[in-house]
Design a protein around this ligand. Structure first.
Ligand SMILES: [Zn+2]
Ligand SMILES: [Zn+2]
Length: 810
């Protein structure tokens, strides 16, 4: 074995040797299944460090559970559809999606997606993920598309999907409806404009102020103003409740409502209700049954309702209206404010709320919250985040998108009577824009149809992954094992992936999707901030692997922080992990000098006559097995890895090997040597198994060396070790021996004596009659004399070690 650990050689060797079938799900009736609902990443081509962290967690669990005897399914899918790929294709080819046919555009999206998947798959393999590649799925394939459309049909027939004209969040740049979860909020500078609405003075009425002042950041919506509201207890405005005001510039009349949800402190305490400025407007619009006046169209241009401003963009209109108000003396003043603005997640354009005809999935809040409470959350507090989100939703989940690269909605409309015609289950997947239904309209008998042009929200695909992994059959109403065991995912997609998956599972199966959800944090840059290109603090897993290997990256992922918390990336942690690899390598190299042809079954003597330090090592090893097992069961990978590191470094390398070295070299006879060999063998082999989930390449090498079978039986096929007896007597004695040796060594270095130089004598005043002093003598190169604790103390330097008097006589 070489002196230096070379990850590129070891990792390359096992990468080439391993066979995918090692990790195939067996579907065996004798084993308990453990199914993981792996995230299907969006194929951007970049398997970034955040993904890598999440996948490391998944792989730790998958490998551990396999060793515990479970039939583990670790599938991998790809969530292909959606806007980012469309935008990328437009960029790469320098085209707009309107310039070529939908079919051609989809083909370009498919091609780009395939290339990107290849890249990301390569990184997963390089990181040593034990994925069952025979179960890989791609949501843009017909098989998965059929699944998505089937789920649509089932929910449609079950009354859980409906079509309606309703206000939705709309991105005027992407020209599509988007869901609540796709709206992000940004702080932007804005002006609060104080505008005058004229009162209607009827003859004989008492003369008072002629105008009501209203503060708004969106004067361009004046044409859409359908009412005004004040707080019913606001003394300033009691006299105008129920009366009408005249909207400036557009001169239409609107009624004043008293409404508890108006904040009297904001602006002047009077608000205008427009269709629609924000979500609150939608609430008021419904509550007071107000008319709908849409002044902004789907491209973000002013409509003919905004007379005199028609065709202007929202920004242009805002500017012009302010000028016009000012010119007419209707603008009192302007105030600079900071405002939270809802923007499109993809392009950051401020969203509009526009009423259009869309498809919706019914959100039954209570059912979802109840289901979320039946699921075990790690860490627990993330459940509250989901509940808060569900509570905040103001209308159903809008699932139709006015885009191209996605699963088509399997619906046609009768050209004669307009009736909706949904596809039949046997015909899906269908693309209604290029095909016709096989049966006439049930309403009027016509055979002429118009295909639905909209496609489905991509979360309609990915919210089915748990069902897909379990092989859920809609017809049989069952899967291999449903709910599945585990959903691992990031906390950034709780309101989307976790939420939609629970909703869909309940709707389609009346069951929760998984028993446990494990939430991982984000990776922060070296500077402690979220990684981003603009901060220039991003690190790719590839960079780490090139320099130090995949096992080092995985070790960092395990030890970097508790599951659920954000993990800061630090090169010094990578260097520490790399040093540990070298330490393990040196331990293995030393061990193999003594164990290269060791046969535990032939050399039984060692086990039968164990020396105290060997018993001490094995007892500590058993404690390690116990603590690592408990940590793994609770997803505490950082604690498991820390315990293994501490054992290998302190107990094994610094103490045990120093103490047992002489016996291993055969000084002091065959029995002492056999005992040490047995203990060392057992420890190295067990360590290789405990390390296997974390550093699979190195663990395989270690296991292969120690078993002498060149990976014939992979460490990844081994059983997880069961702890046997803890020998506390041996541990106590062993601790004392180790401490005495350390104290003597310190004494030597303090007095400038070489560590291997003998002293005159060491006197131990201790009441353990049979204390095994051989290893102390070997490690200190000095004769040891055992004395009773009360006996007379010779002349010399007295050291106190754990209450034992150690007398050094030079
Ligand atoms: Zn957008
Ligand atoms: Zn018809």
């Amino acid at each position: 074995m070489e002196k230096k650990y070379k990850p590129e050689i070891i990792e390359g060797k096992w990468q080439a040797k391993w066979n995918d079938s090692m990790y195939y799900f067996e579907g065996s009736p004798d084993k308990e299944p453990y199914i993981i609902d792996t995230p299907p990443p969006y194929p951007t081509g970049d398997f970034h460090i955040g993904n890598a962290l999440n996948w490391c967690y998944i792989d730790f669990i998958a490998r551990y559970k396999r060793m515990r005897g479970y039939d583990v399914l670790f599938p991998q899918g790809w969530d292909c559809h959606g806007l980012p790929t469309e935008v990328k294709v437009e960029e790469i080819h320098g085209i707009s999606r309107h310039q070529i046919s939908k079919q051609e555009f989809r083909e370009l999206c498919r091609q780009l997606t395939s290339v990107n998947i290849d890249q990301m798959r390569g990184m997963m393999r390089r990181l040593g993920m034990s994925i069952d590649w025979s179960k890989e799925y791609v949501t843009m394939d017909d098989r998965y598309k059929r699944y998505t459309q089937l789920s649509f049909l089932r929910m449609y027939h079950g009354g859980l999907i409906y079509q309606a004209e309703h206000p939705v969040n709309w991105c005027p740049r992407c020209e599509t409806a988007i869901a609540f979860a796709e709206v992000e909020y940004e702080d932007r500078d804005a002006y609060l404009n104080y505008i005058l609405f004229r009162k209607i003075v009827v003859g004989g009425e008492k003369k008072e102020a002629e105008y009501v002042e209203i503060a708004t950041t969106r004067p361009e919506l004046l044409a859409s103003c359908v009412a005004v509201a004040v707080h019913p207890d606001d003394e300033r405005y009691k006299s105008i409740v129920g009366k009408e005001l005249v909207v400036p510039i557009f001169e239409h009349r609107v009624k004043v409502y008293g409404d508890e949800s108006v904040d009297p402190e904001f602006g002047t305490g009077v608000v205008m209700i427009c269709t629609f400025g924000d979500r609150q407007d939608v609430k008021w619009w419904k509550l007071h049954n107000l008319p709908l006046k849409a002044s902004i169209d789907q491209r973000g241009r002013m409509t003919e309702i905004a007379k005199g401003y028609e065709g202007l963009s929202v920004e242009e209109c805002k500017k012009k209206i302010i000028e016009d108000l000012d010119a007419n003396g209707l603008l009192k003043r302007r105030e600079r404010i900071k405002q939270k603005v809802g923007v499109c997640w993809r392009c950051k354009t401020p969203i509009e709320i526009i009423s259009t005809k869309q498809w919706f999935v019914r959100v039954r809040k209570d059912e979802i919250i109840k289901a979320a409470r039946e699921i075990k959350w790690y860490p627990e507090h993330f459940r509250i985040r989901l509940e808060n989100w569900v509570e905040s939703m103001e209308w159903d989940w809008c699932i139709s998108r006015q885009r191209i690269f996605s699963v088509p909605i399997p619906v046609w409309y009768c050209k004669r009577c307009g009736a909706v015609k949904v596809a039949s289950e046997k015909d899906i997947p269908v693309d209604p824009s290029t095909s016709n239904p096989n049966t006439p309209c049930v309403n009027c008998g016509s055979t002429e149809f118009e295909g639905e042009k909209d496609v489905l929200d991509t979360w309609m695909d990915s919210s089915l992954t748990a069902l897909w992994a379990a092989g859920w059959s809609f017809n049989a109403g069952s899967g291999i094992e449903f709910p599945v065991e585990l959903r691992p995912q990031g906390h950034d997609i709780i309101r989307t992936w976790a939420f939609y998956s629970i909703l869909r599972s309940i709707a389609l199966t009346q069951k929760i999707p998984w028993r446990t959800i494990l939430i991982n944090g984000m990776v922060l840059g070296e500077d402690g901030y979220k990684m981003s290109k603009s901060r220039n603090n991003t690190i790719s897993p590839d960079e780490v692997i090139q320099k130090h290997g995949a096992d080092v990256f995985r070790q960092w992922a395990a030890i970097g922080g508790a599951v659920g918390s954000d993990v800061q990336f630090r090169w010094k942690d990578i260097v520490a992990a790399s040093k540990f690899m070298q330490k393990l390598w040196s331990i293995l190299r030393f061990s193999m000098i003594h164990l290269s042809d060791y046969k535990p079954f032939l050399n039984k003597k060692g086990k039968e006559n164990l020396r105290v330090i060997d018993k001490w090592l094995l007892s500590k090893l058993n404690k390690l097995i116990l603590s690592v097992t408990v940590s793994m069961e609770n997803f505490k990978f950082d604690e498991a890895m820390k315990d293994i590191r501490a054992f290998a470094w302190n107990v094994l390398a610094d103490n045990y090997i120093e103490l047992a070295k002489s016996r291993l070299y055969g000084r002091g006879g065959e029995r002492g040597k056999e005992s040490a060999k047995y203990a060392l063998y057992k420890t190295i082999k067990t360590l290789s198994v405990l390390l296997a989930p974390f550093i699979p390449f190195y663990a395989e090498e270690m296991h292969s060396c120690i078993t002498g079978k060149e990976g014939e039986r992979s460490v990844h096929k081994e059983k997880w070790p069961e702890p046997v007896t803890i020998d506390s007597e041996a541990e106590q004695e062993g601790d004392l021996i180790a401490d005495i040796v350390r104290a003597v060594r310190n004494y030597k270095s303090k007095h400038g004596i070489p560590l291997n130089a003998p002293l005159g004598k060491i006197e131990l005043h201790v009441d353990i009659e049979s204390l095994d002093t051989e290893d102390i003598e070997n490690a200190t190169a000095t004769k040891v004399e055992l004395c009773k604790s009360m006996s007379e103390i010779s002349e010399g330097e007295i050291l106190d070690v754990d209450g034992t008097k150690v007398v050094i006589i030079r």
